[in-house]
Write a protein of this length. Structure first.
Lengths: 276, 137
């Protein structure tokens, strides 16, 4: 088991959606990786940047410096965390900005030199897709609508993930992709900061279309988008976090990764495709 | 507070076309919101507060802007000019939780139990004093 990665779980997954963490840990285990848990704080959330950009950057710098001190590359499970940490990495390539952050980090005996890699678990899986292909035991026969999410794919000069990456990864495990018009539309969850109704309306715009195209479900790599679609009132389309599907395809029992904890029933779709 | 919007924007409206908020509230667009704020030099930020905070910072507008205007940076920049008491309540609450817990969602008894059932590691609370030391909250 390789131990050269730190798992950046973020705030939402470990507390609200631990089953997604379990699916990710099991996926990594199948890839012979045992990630370490470090004393990370909130990434911080992009909304913290709206309050005070310097504090946001210092705290992100602390997280990066902790992983760097341990000589570990980061694997994030959350697209918000990925967006923040990649943006911080990008901004801290600027020497004077980095010196400014390091001045503050010195007070807590840390330094960040930009020596580590930051991966979203989707990037990491994508890069290792050839090795993964050999480990697929139970193809997942589902027709899915892809929801990439915003933070994972933009700004394109900052992140690694490309929108079609998910399509390749879904085909790898036997899924069919159903194209739809609103694929690129945000899930709407951050709008709930000031207006819950708008947040719900945006989510429903996509869900209504996905209902019409009769997809078996939605697949995403973002826990916040997952939560938005899984919990929305009246939603009846199951949503999957990609590592869940991959873990199942590699032979992990769906109940072991908590498929039963989805709010919108996902067990039936999985059982049906495993039987067929 | 400008980031080139007054000089560079050609008012093509593409940013509004890809804005998720604009999809459900056609009167709202990043261009309109930011232009108004920049042109009155942020004097009436209070009036524009809700619209300003609706932006989900998805960067769809930045990616489509033919002039390369960094609308999201400008959005962050303008929000940074609001004092803490003018922030939405949910943001105030979020900052408070970070100051107390180091995360935005504290671990409840239920999540602890669920983590145990799933065989996941126990969560470690980060050293709050160190986080406070490097932040200005």
């Amino acid at each position: 088991m390789e131990e050269k990665y730190a798992l950046f779980t973020g705030c939402f997954i470990p507390t609200e959606l631990p089953h997604l963490e379990k699916a990710s840990v099991e996926t990594l285990k199948s890839m012979e990786i045992k990630p370490r848990y470090l004393e990370f704080s909130c990434c911080p959330n992009p909304r913290v940047r709206s309050v005070d950009e310097n504090s946001w950057l210092n705290i992100a710098g602390r997280n990066l410096a902790i992983a760097e001190r341990e000589g570990l590359d980061i694997i994030t499970l959350c697209s918000d965390c990925y967006g923040t940490l990649k943006m911080a990495e990008y901004m801290l390539k600027n020497e004077s900005k980095r010196d400014g952050v390091n001045e503050r980090l010195k007070e807590i005996d840390l330094v960040y030199d930009g020596k580590i890699e930051i991966n979203h678990i989707m990037d990491f899986i994508f890069r290792n897709r050839e090795k993964i292909a050999e480990k697929i035991r139970f193809p997942i026969n589902l027709s899915l609508a892809v929801h990439d999410g915003c933070r994972i794919q933009r700004p394109s000069e900052v992140v690694e993930y490309k929108p079609n990456d998910m399509d390749d990864l879904l085909r790898l495990i036997g899924c069919e992709i159903i194209p739809y018009h609103f694929r690129d539309l945000c899930c709407g969850s951050p709008a709930a900061t000031v207006n819950q109704a708008i947040s719900d309306e945006i989510a429903k715009l996509k869900l209504n279309e996905i209902n019409e195209i009769q997809a078996d479900g939605i697949c995403t790599g973002c826990p916040l988008c997952f939560m938005q679609y899984d919990r929305i009132q009246g939603g009846n389309v199951p949503i999957f976090y990609y590592p869940e599907l991959l873990a199942i395809a590699m032979g992990v029992h769906p109940k072991e990764i908590g498929i039963q904890y989805h709010k919108t029933n996902a067990e039936e779709a999985i059982e049906k495709c495993l039987r067929s | 507070m400008n980031d080139g919007i007054e000089r560079e924007c050609i008012q093509c409206g593409r940013c509004g076309g890809v804005c998720p908020i604009g999809r459900v509230r056609s009167e709202i667009s990043p261009r309109k919101t930011l232009f108004r704020i920049v042109q009155d030099r942020g004097k009436r930020l209070d009036r524009d507060r809700e619209e300003l905070w609706m932006c989900v910072t998805c960067y769809a507008c930045d990616e489509i802007c033919p002039q390369g205007v960094k609308l999201v940076n400008l959005m962050f920049n303008v929000r940074n000019h609001l004092s803490m008491e003018k922030m939405p309540d949910s943001i105030k609450e979020m900052i408070k939780t970070i100051k107390e817990e180091g995360t935005v969602i504290p671990c409840t008894m239920e999540s602890k139990r669920l983590r145990k059932d799933l065989g996941l590691e126990e969560l470690r609370k980060p050293d709050i004093q160190k986080i406070l030391k490097i932040s200005n909250f």
